[in-house]
Write a protein that binds this ligand. Structure first.
Ligand code: SF4
Length: 147
């Protein structure tokens, strides 16, 4: 591969061995569905916001890339269209909405949002809590009506 694609860098330290990546967080484990997170401050986000920076997709800017994906599924249209409008207030508003659905928030709460080395993470568990079941069901119905 390196012979054909000189600029491609392969991360052999990623520990990926197959399509299922065992150290990924269970994304659909929404903290909003967990009593233990009823008083959580979702506006603080998780390590993704500090280590990976803001996210950007075809709609605009987000507090993180995951937030952009959640917005696409939940149709909240909370993108920030211009980089100059990407204020702390706008970022916190997004985090308040999107982190409550994001399994990363739960996965990283125990270490106050600091990065967990991937080798120390729990193996992937196939969890989908009630909020995500509703979101996928609603989104599927909306998309069917559009067709
Ligand atoms: S918890 Fe999810 S949505 Fe919130 S900052 Fe982390 S990755 Fe982004």
């Amino acid at each position: 591969m390196r012979d054909n694609f000189k600029n491609v860098r392969i991360d052999y330290g990623s520990y990926k061995t197959d399509k299922v990546v065992e150290y990924f967080s269970p994304f659909n484990d929404a903290p909003i569905d967990d009593e233990n997170f009823k008083n959580a401050d979702f506006s603080k986000g998780c390590w993704v916001t500090s280590s990976c920076g803001v996210g950007f997709n075809g709609k605009g800017y987000y507090a993180c890339a995951v937030a952009g994906g959640i917005d696409r599924i939940t149709n909240q249209n909370m993108e920030v269209a211009s980089l100059k409008d990407l204020t702390n207030k706008a970022l916190k508003e997004q985090l308040n909405e999107f982190c409550k659905l994001c399994g990363n928030f739960k996965a990283y709460e125990s270490n106050s949002g600091d990065f967990i080395p991937r080798v120390e993470k729990e193996p992937f568990k196939n969890i989908m809590t009630n909020s995500w079941k509703r979101v996928y069901k609603q989104n599927f119905n909306i998309n069917k009506k559009d067709k």
